[in-house]
Design a binder for this molecule. Structure first.
Ligand code: SAH
Ligand code: SF4
Ligand code: F3S
Length: 471
């Protein structure tokens, strides 16, 4: 009996926040008019998923969502700081909010996310952006109801930044952006400390959710009509290592594969150093795991990979790719690449191009190295000048685009199962969806197809997407 009423730290925190959410809801009801919120996710998939949690909390508090920022009563930006231009964008946007605050002083402005975990950012906000009302970070997202209530009650700015994570607070009442697909966190944080990357500093140490919590969440999503699941973590391949009863990511995949109703399983991101044979076999064996893998290689030069602290070599990466392609021949592989890392020579860069040519990626996210204060690479000798970095970046794109075109050309004439996601922006009567290998496909159809998986014959290669006809 006693066991049944024992509350975890997560339960207690949830209960506290529920009480604050009720108080805010009461305030909204008593105000006698509709209150709206505008929420913007500015970062990666994890950031976007956190924003789904924010939306869930705001709806519970009685606010209605709006796309019109200028009319919203509550505005929240979930920030990213992975590269300098991401930060500049945030400051630019916060600057423009000054006008909104001038015309509508009651608007409550909140900032959260990775960038808020940087001391320099908080100092700058305190000094020059006094129109911001609520600031919190990545470790206390669940506290939004309490922070909003405090702001409403006191009318004073509320800043709450934790410098490390507490216990995981389970919250599965988020509002999904899509009806038929959903993201599920399997782990938080990162222990890898790639020398260019700020993520471990702003997201804290690696911690995994309990397997049963993840599976229960996915069962709940399946009951709610979700067909496609993306398991999220900075380094999903090391999932479960720190749990009391350790579980591997491969084991987790095998369990998720058994859940009725789920048709597709995706995951990101994988780190090449932790990608086990067991995981490759699980991908091969599990029917629902998509034949798609995002495997960032960052650089093709062993010298640079070592300076990046990536802990694999070009040869190791390529041998992994060959092993994966042998086990799952129709797999599509995408990647992340950085050019212009400190001390990168022309020869190093040619090694990067060599990997691109050898692997045949279906997509790639390409970045010019951006100096992040506080990371080891920021103080390395031999920072690359902008012109050289840009020149390499353009050459990389040229090679990549040819590769992508070739990879997609091989799909023309094939029939792919496409899960329809939305009506295309290209115009009326066109819908867009993805095949299990993650290729974007456009074809004639209407909104009724959204959420259905339909066979589509590929008729034309448009390089970054394919055109097809439903059969
Ligand atoms: N955890 C994931 C990715 C996190 S960030 C992984 O390890 O793959 C997403 C991508 O941003 C990285 O893969 C890297 O290519 C890029 N990136 C991170 N820090 C960067 C920096 N300082 N400059 C340029 N690109 C960066
Ligand atoms: Fe950053 Fe490396 Fe961690 Fe990815 S694995 S989040 S690139 S430190
Ligand atoms: Fe994602 Fe940007 Fe944070 S990439 S983890 S939102 S720094």
């Amino acid at each position: 009996m006693l066991e049944n009423v024992k509350m975890t730290v997560s339960d207690k925190e949830q209960e506290i926040q529920k009480q604050y959410a009720d108080k805010v809801r009461e305030y909204v009801t008593n105000s006698g008019c509709e209150k709206t919120f505008y929420s913007l996710a500015m970062g990666c998939q994890m950031n976007a998923h956190d924003s789904e949690k924010i939306t869930g909390m705001m709806l519970r508090m009685g606010y209605k969502e709006t796309n019109d920022e200028t009319k919203a009563d509550f505005i929240i930006y979930n920030t990213c700081c992975v590269r300098e231009n991401a930060e500049e964008k945030v400051f630019g946007k916060i600057g423009t909010l000054k006008h909104i605050k001038k015309t509508k002083p009651d608007t409550i402005i909140a900032l959260c996310g990775c960038m808020m975990q940087e001391d320099t950012v908080i100092q700058k906000l305190k000094q020059s952006y006094r129109h911001v009302d609520i600031i919190f970070g990545t470790f206390n997202l669940h506290k939004l109801p309490q922070l909003l209530y405090t702001r409403i009650k006191t009318g004073k700015p509320v800043i709450d930044i934790w410098d490390k994570h507490g216990p995981i607070v389970e919250d599965t009442s988020y509002k999904r952006e899509f009806k038929y697909k959903a993201s599920v966190n399997v782990m938080y944080g990162c222990n890898n400390f790639c020398t260019y990357c700020i993520v471990p500093y702003v997201r804290g140490r690696e911690r995994s959710r309990e397997k049963e919590d993840i599976l229960n969440e996915i069962r709940m999503l399946a009951n709610d009509g979700v067909k496609e699941i993306t398991l999220l973590g900075q380094n999903v391949n090391s999932y479960g290592k720190t749990l009391e009863t350790p579980v591997t990511f491969a084991e987790l995949l095998r369990e998720v594969d058994k859940i009725d109703g789920i048709e597709r399983i995706r995951f990101m991101t994988s780190h090449p150093k932790d990608l086990s044979d067991d995981l490759i076999y699980a991908m091969r064996d599990c029917k629902k795991v998509c034949n798609y893998l995002h495997l960032p290689f960052q650089s093709g030069s062993n010298r640079i990979l070592e300076k990046m602290n990536r802990r694999y070599t070009k040869e190791k990466y390529l041998s992994l790719i060959y092993k994966i392609k042998k086990e799952i021949p129709d797999i599509m592989i995408s990647t992340d690449i950085i050019v212009g890392f400190p001390q990168e020579t022309e020869e190093d860069f040619l090694d990067t191009l060599d990997v691109v040519k050898k692997v045949g990626f279906s997509t790639a996210f390409t970045f010019i190295y951006s100096k992040r204060t506080g990371t080891p690479a920021a103080v390395m000798d031999g920072q690359i000048d902008e012109a050289t970095a840009h020149e390499r970046f353009n050459r990389l794109l040229e090679v990549l685009n040819k590769t992508i075109e070739k990879v997609h050309e091989a799909q023309v004439g094939k029939t792919l199962d496409v899960l329809v996601e939305k009506v295309s922006r290209q115009g009326e009567g066109i819908v867009t969806g993805r095949s299990t290998d993650n290729t974007l496909v456009h074809f004639k159809g209407n909104a009724e197809l959204i959420g259905q998986t339909v066979p589509v014959k590929i008729t034309e290669n448009k390089v970054f997407y394919l055109l097809g006809e439903r059969i």
